[in-house]
Ligand binder design. Structure first.
Ligand SMILES: C[S@@+](CC[C@H](N)C(=O)[O-])C[C@H]1O[C@@H](n2cnc3c(N)ncnc32)[C@H](O)[C@@H]1O
Length: 412
């Protein structure tokens, strides 16, 4: 067993040395910043620090398994846009990935990052802790014992700090593991590039009955990128989670879920419209609701979520209170205002599948006045409503847009 684990550890490292993932070119930093979840600064502030974190004060972030740098670069850029007090520590097994991430930091002129090569399992002995925030996206599911990885992260987290995590979700990956297993039976001692060749041949030979062929939500193997193909079908070690399995791992590590991204995908009401079906949902706790939503939806490929230590009693998720400032993920509200005013339904695509949501009354007028500066109480006075009436009128819009991860709150 220990021998097999050592071999797989080496194989994981070898994969990311030859195929850093996702493939990135530092030169592209001159034309765009890749932003996403977890770890967008406004998003993590909303979910982990009730929107109250002051980023003009020191803030230490760790990106564990930082890969080619997406989260680390975004976070370092966001922090440096706010002040010179935030730092990002990057750690990854793969030196090839680190070279790319460092190149991206250099292209942006970021000076608030430090880079290390090594395993996150060794973090407790590395002496970098404590961190206010730890990102670990797409990494834990590649460890022999993901719980040990989570415990290593937890040991470096400040008491009131938070985690932004992503692990694979089982149902949306339907079809991946039979093909992985088939390839494992065939690849023997082949080099990685020979494995890629074989995987491409196999994909072309799969019968219609194969579940990978039937799963329209998966496309990484069709992108023409060898790194993506390898990551999906030739990974030496990966596993996926159903919501209850994920919650059970968190519980074992004394970590508490704060919220899934996008929240609306984890609400049964997103998929169920019938009273008979919705009635039992009312009595469920949040974990069962999320598990139910996952089972009904069927296409979730990843679980992205924020979490904290169970012992952390500080407030986490920001609340729709007068002093809070609403902020749109896309700073320019024009497109959203247009979509909200055009029809009574808002159509949103999740993994290419369209979902339709009722547009709450007044949604467009509310979004039109969000400028990232005005607080809710200022917006309230703009509409000449008292707080209760304002809240009654716009809370549904907030719930919808926050659920779609388009709108967050912060206090200053
Ligand atoms: C799928 S990539 C994800 C990279 C990045 N987090 C992202 O979301 O773009 C997984 C990364 O985890 C790294 N990794 C795997 N096991 C690790 C470990 N034990 N310690 C540190 N990094 C690890 C790999 O080298 C690889 O760069």
């Amino acid at each position: 067993m220990a021998k097999g684990r050592g071999r797989r550890d080496k194989a994981v490292r070898r994969q990311y040395e030859e195929y850093p993932y996702p493939p990135r070119d530092p030169a592209d930093e001159h034309s765009r910043l890749i932003e996403g979840s977890p770890s967008h600064l406004d998003e993590l502030n909303h979910y982990l620090f009730s929107g109250n974190r002051d980023f003009s004060k020191p803030f230490r972030a760790l990106v564990a398994g930082g890969g080619t740098g997406d989260a680390a670069i975004m976070l370092a850029q966001h922090l440096s846009d706010r002040s010179d007090q935030g730092t990002v520590t990057y750690l990854d097994l793969s030196s090839a990935s680190r070279t790319i991430a460092e190149g991206r930091a250099k292209a942006r002129g970021l000076t608030n990052m430090e880079f290390h090569t090594g395993s996150l399992l060794d973090l407790p002995d590395m002496g970098y802790a404590p961190f206010d925030y730890i990102d670990c996206c797409g990494v834990l599911h590649h460890l022999e014992e993901p719980e040990r990885g989570l415990q290593a992260l937890d040991s470096c987290l400040a008491e009131n700090g938070g985690l932004g995590l992503m692990v694979y979700a089982t149902l949306g990956r339907t079809g991946v593991y039979p093909v992985q297993n088939a390839l494992k039976l065939m690849i023997g001692e082949k080099t990685q590039s020979e494995q890629v060749k074989m995987a491409k041949e196999l994909i072309n030979s799969l019968p219609e009955s194969n579940w990978l062929n039937k799963n329209k939500y998966l496309s990484d193997h069709k992108l023409g990128e060898d790194a993506a193909l390898f990551d999906l079908l030739l990974h030496p070690r990966d596993r996926s989670y159903l919501v209850p399995e994920l919650l059970s791992m968190l519980l074992d590590c004394q970590i508490e879920l704060v919220g899934f991204i996008e929240p609306i995908r984890y609400r049964p009401e997103t998929y169920l419209k019938n009273d008979l079906l919705l009635k039992p949902v009312k009595g469920m706790d949040e974990g069962d609701k999320a598990a139910l939503a996952e089972n009904i939806c069927g296409s979730l490929k990843t679980h992205t979520f924020y979490a904290k230590k169970s012992s952390n009693t500080a407030k986490t998720v920001a609340k729709f209170n007068p002093e809070m400032i609403p902020i749109l993920k896309d700073k320019n509200p024009d497109l959203l205002v247009k979509a909200l005013s055009a029809q009574s339904k808002l159509n949103v695509g999740f993994d290419g599948e369209s979902h339709s949501f009722n547009v709450p009354e007044g949604a467009a007028e509310f979004v039109a006045v969000i400028d990232g500066q005005r607080s809710l109480s200022e917006i309230q006075s703009h509409f000449s409503l008292n707080w209760q009436n304002f809240r009654n009128r716009y809370a549904a819009t907030y719930t919808l847009l926050n659920g779609l991860n388009l709108l967050w709150l912060r206090s200053s």
